[in-house]
Write a protein that binds this ligand. Structure first.
Ligand SMILES: Nc1ncnc2c1ncn2[C@@H]1O[C@H](COP(=O)(O)OP(=O)(O)OP(=O)(O)O)[C@@H](O)[C@H]1O
Length: 594
């Protein structure tokens, strides 16, 4: 058996790393600045000389055909050997195992290749602080390079020259480069100068994570152009993270994940990173400076590992603690936040007992008595009912209100869980699930004589409603003005929705829907309950006009469906159309006969 060696297609490899790793060509600016920052950090560490001041200078020369970018630093530089070792070997880096390696931003040994996205040659002039001569290295994307020992004296440090390749001149425009340098480097600890007619320092600002909340809010307004509800200081010792969380001044979808602006060792990595705050914190966006988490090669996200999970929890705790201290310190602010973000606070309270206890009284619920907070519910009621679906709540809303029963709509996500958890903090409050069928069972029955006079009417109503799998009954209930109440079970509602959908969709999808429902027996689980107290129902029972009686029953049935926001099936739409036509016709005939 013979041993062979893998071979690397260098050109393909360079193409892969330079053209397919990063989301935008602008990252070459970031990678060059990052190398200069690391070189200055390395020199600081090596010399330990307080008089040494690192500095980075950037300039654009228009050139005759294409513009050239120069970036210069007075960092540690490279010796001739190091040039062969680190510049000429992909994946080699001087930073990974170096003393103080955790202080560097780079660690993969590929970042410089991003320059080949915009240029056909990297010219790298360098002199190490340990060497007395400079080196000029020229690298090409086909994997070849040349190396020259410089005769002229150069200062220790590195200068990189990049000439734009055809089609990429716009990435070298002065304005555009200055913009991206500021974008990535505005909070770097070493002065970053841009030279056009004048020398401008692009990074003199105080970083947001060093600001107090008042300053951070002012920054939010002027720079991020958003008037945030509040700013919260974030910190995680584990991930060496500092930052600011901003509370959004508008409600957001429960499952929306906010994008975060993230810096590593003060250099911007991305302004749309996600997964840095816990999922429940979707009402906050943040600016973070991260020093102790592992970056992916593109430097545009972090490894989603156990450490990140712990950092997320740390940052989440900062937000929780802030909310907790608001209860005492600033209840008005808390109310403001709850009004906008109650959905996320509810999500939090279902799983976190401490937060549940703190916030439950402040949280609003939809009830038959309007939208009120849990503390208002508790003030006036020792027993509360709740439905487990929005549809059920809709069905019984009016009836329960007329009867003064407090029913909470537990159909919205988390609400039932929170109501069920109430017993835990207040054993005196009785909570009970209620369904439309249960509420109709509380209605008063007719006395035998009333039952007799309504017998034929109910028989007719049953015949009319039988094709719609609906049973007719008559009872006495409040409010008087409601002629009928349509109630149905969850299963019947499911069947109704699938049948109605099947009618609307393409034949193929429709036959799939039919297959789903064909094994489910239509039982008479829906019920139309006539209100004996209602004047129209009384007239309807006593009328001798059979045709009018029939179409009014049909119309009341459709009206009850509409009031309950149920989707109408085709045959019910037909009922509505025919019924209306008949009534209009009848009205016009009466007019004619006058
Ligand atoms: N301005 C510079 N001064 C000194 N050395 C530099 C400079 N730029 C690059 N180097 C050397 O070249 C090596 C390769 O740089 P490159 O940007 O490709 O990778 P890296 O910075 O080590 O890691 P990463 O891929 O994470 O950026 C560096 O490790 C460093 O030794």
């Amino acid at each position: 058996m013979e041993n062979y060696h893998f071979k690397v297609n260098l050109k393909g490899m360079i193409d892969l790393l330079s053209n397919h790793l990063y989301s935008t060509p602008h990252v070459f600016v970031r990678e060059l600045i990052q190398n200069s920052v690391d070189a200055i950090t390395a020199r600081e560490k090596h010399l330990n000389d307080p008089k040494y001041k690192g500095q980075i200078d950037i300039e654009i020369h228009p050139g005759e055909d294409h513009p050239t970018l120069f970036i210069q630093d007075n960092g540690i530089g490279l010796t001739e050997d190091e040039v062969h070792q680190f510049l000429a070997q992909i994946g080699q880096t001087s930073k990974r195992n170096a003393d103080g390696g955790e202080d560097f931003i780079g660690r993969f040994g590929v970042g410089l290749l991003s320059c080949f996205i915009v240029s056909d040659e990297i010219v790298f002039v360098t002199r190490s602080i340990q060497s007395d001569y400079g080196i000029e290295w020229r690298g090409k994307p086909d994997g070849t390079y040349t190396l020259n020992k410089l005769k002229d004296r150069v200062e220790p440090g590195t200068r990189v020259y990049l000439k734009s390749k055809t089609g990429f001149d716009t990435y070298f425009e002065q304005k555009s480069v200055a913009k991206w340098v500021r974008h990535y480097g505005e909070y770097l600890p070493y002065p970053l100068y841009f030279h056009d007619q004048n020398r401008i320092q692009l990074n003199s600002r105080q970083a947001p994570w060093e600001m107090n909340t008042t300053e951070a809010l002012a920054y939010g307004k002027s720079v991020l152009q958003q008037d945030y509800l509040d700013a919260i200081a974030l910190e995680s010792a584990l991930g060496d993270v500092k930052g600011i969380a901003y509370l959004l001044p508008y409600p957001v979808q429960v499952n929306a994940r906010q994008k975060h602006r993230v810096y590593a060792k003060n250099m911007l990595l991305s302004d749309h990173m996600d997964k840095l705050l816990p999922e429940w914190a979707f009402f906050a966006t943040s600016i973070l400076n991260v020093n102790g988490l592992s970056l992916t090669v593109s430097r545009e996200s972090f490894h989603d590992d156990a450490r990140l999970e712990l950092v997320r929890t740390d940052l989440g705790n900062c937000i929780k603690n802030y909310l907790i201290q608001l209860v005492e310190a600033n209840p008005k602010r808390l109310q403001e936040i709850i009004q906008i973000h109650y959905k996320s606070i509810k999500a939090l309270a279902t799983t976190d007992d401490a937060l549940f206890q703190l916030f439950i009284n402040w949280l609003p619920f939809e009830t038959t008595l309007g939208r009120i907070t849990m503390s208002e519910v508790r003030k006036n009621h020792t027993k509360v009912y709740y439905t487990t679906s929005v549809d059920e709540f809709r069905q019984i809303n009016k009836i329960a209100r007329a009867q003064g029963i407090c029913v909470i709509n537990g159909g919205y996500v988390h609400d039932s869980d929170l109501i069920e958890k109430m017993q835990w903090i207040d054993p005196t409050l009785i909570t009970e699930k209620i369904s439309p069928t249960m509420i109709t069972q509380k209605f008063n029955d007719l006395v035998p004589s009333e039952r007799q006079t309504t017998y034929t009417f109910i028989k007719l109503a049953n015949e009319i409603l039988q094709p719609y799998f609906c049973k007719a009954v008559i009872k006495k209930f409040e409010p008087h003005h409601l002629p009928v109440l349509y109630t149905t079970s969850e299963e019947a509602l499911y069947l109704r929705t699938t049948t109605q959908t099947a009618e609307e969709v393409s034949p193929l999808f429709s036959s799939i829907m039919q297959k789903i429902t064909e094994n489910q027996v239509h039982t008479e689980t829906a019920q139309l309950c006539f209100n004996y107290h209602n004047p129209i129902v009384q007239k309807l029972i006593n009328t001798t006009d059979n045709q009018l009686q029939k179409s009014t029953i049909e119309m009341l049935y459709v009206q009850a469906l509409l009031l309950g926001h149920y989707p109408l099936k085709q045959e019910e739409m037909n009922l509505l159309n025919e019924g209306l036509t008949q009534l209009v016709d009848r009205g016009l005939n009466q007019e004619e006969n006058k």
